[in-house]
Design a protein around this ligand. Structure first.
Ligand SMILES: Nc1ncnc2c1ncn2[C@@H]1O[C@H](COP(=O)(O)OP(=O)(O)OP(=O)(O)O)[C@@H](O)[C@H]1O
Ligand SMILES: [Mg+2]
Length: 391
């Protein structure tokens, strides 16, 4: 437990800084013209979607997209919606029961853009990526079903009882916080899921507590692939407007377009710090404030420790405060040297020197006593309202 822990102060900080959500409004997504040419409608795996976004498709002609699910998809009527469990930037999530098997699932309704403007590219990406992934620590998409119209599409996912953001806010921060054994268990599961993604050249681009789900058995699942991307080597330019502000790497804040999986590792560092201190590590209010908080925690970067930082698009405009030293060792002293070493390796300014997922999994922190607890031993708190059927 962090020596500085105080439930009331961390809760106050938390209320003051409501969890921000994902940064990319649909306008910032690449236009459909940036995609490969549409597939002809020959197989059951393509669908004509119209009317389409005028913004994305100025000609406003119907557009045929290869879809990651069969055209003859199951109807959503096969599921009985029980209650709403979440609503994010790109969709509403319901707890539901499969009428045939009785199985409880999560239904994520894909939000269509305003005024029938079509299916967001982020949702197509999310469905196609998630359908191809299978790992214990990645949320499993079991089906894609349609509602009354083709503009009414739902992803059917395995149901998880908690998201870690709500669990932290509603339960963990009202107790003395996570113990070292629990932090290790959660971090190992997060890193194992992420290793699976990074090995397949997938960057998640929105890792944060509310996108980590927890089953009743304590299995952590990485969710919300709305911003995830496959990348190739050498990496090509992508938008830097990704990752929720509190978890956004400094190279993105300085406008870097050619980035790597290292941006996810920075987010993992922010999550690790949050688990340790039971409060968001870097809760910035604006991009400038975010950079300021980073400098106050880690010291101001210099071209010596971060070669190439001067050449980043926003480096000149960013007026960084002058902070000589890192505060990490002091702030996390009670968690031990190895915890601080892992945190610093994840929160390394120079992306090429930042710990990758395999190095993080190998960290000596995980080898020292006390070791990670078993997932079933993780605290889950009292039954959550979201797991009760609304009447
Ligand atoms: N499989 C699931 N089981 C249980 N709850 C879920 C599941 N998937 C999502 N949720 C809940 O719904 C919330 C929103 O889901 P998700 O993050 O996938 O949507 P989003 O629209 O991309 O959100 P945001 O933009 O806020 O990150 C989650 O934080 C979680 O509380
Ligand atoms: Mg989310």
């Amino acid at each position: 437990m962090a020596s500085s822990y105080s439930a009331s102060s961390s809760n106050a900080a938390r209320n003051h800084n409501a969890r921000p959500s994902n940064p990319a409004p649909p306008q910032q997504q690449p236009p459909l013209s940036a995609l490969p040419p549409p597939a002809p409608p020959t197989s059951s795996r393509s669908l004509t979607i119209h009317p389409l976004s005028r913004r994305h498709n100025p000609t406003n002609k119907p557009y045929v997209l290869p879809l990651p699910f069969p055209a003859a998809a199951t109807s959503v009527d096969a599921y009985e919606k029980l209650n709403r469990v979440g609503e994010g930037t790109y969709g509403i999530v319901y707890r539901a029961r499969a009428r045939a098997s009785g199985q409880i699932v999560a239904l994520k309704r894909i939000r269509m853009e305003e005024e029938n403007e079509g299916m967001p590219l982020s949702s197509l990406r999310e469905i196609s990526l998630l359908r191809a992934l299978r790992h214990e620590n990645i949320v499993n998409v079991v089906d894609v079903v349609v509602g009354s119209g083709l503009d009414n599409i739902f992803m059917v996912m395995e149901y998880c009882d908690q998201d870690m953001g709500s669990l932290m806010d509603n339960v963990i921060c009202k107790t003395p916080g996570y113990r070292t054994t629990e932090v290790k268990c959660l971090m190992r599961q997060l890193l194992q899921g992420l290793a699976y993604l990074h090995q397949r050249y997938i960057i998640h681009r929105d890792l944060k507590l509310t996108n980590l789900l927890l089953t009743s058995g304590g299995i952590l699942k990485i969710a919300d692939f709305g911003l995830a991307r496959k990348f190739s080597l050498p990496p090509s330019p992508m938008t830097p407007k990704v990752v929720t502000l509190w978890y956004r790497a400094p190279e993105l804040l300085l406008g870097e377009r050619v980035y790597t999986t290292a941006i996810d590792m920075w987010s993992v560092g922010c999550i690790f710090g949050e688990l340790l201190q039971c409060a968001p590590l870097l809760p910035g209010k604006t991009e400038r404030h975010q950079l300021e908080l980073i400098c106050r925690l880690l010291g101001t970067p210099t071209p010596r420790i971060w070669p190439g930082m001067d050449a980043l698009p926003l480096a000149r405009a960013a007026k960084l405060p002058k902070v000589a030293y890192s505060d990490v060792a002091q702030r996390f002293r009670s968690r031990g040297d190895r915890a601080c070493a892992l945190l610093l390796s994840l929160l390394t300014y120079h992306p090429a020197s930042r710990a990758d997922v395999w190095k993080a999994l190998d960290a000596r922190y995980f080898d020292e006593e006390p070791r990670a607890c078993a997932p079933v031993m993780l605290p889950v708190g009292p039954p959550d309202d979201r797991n009760q059927t609304q009447t």
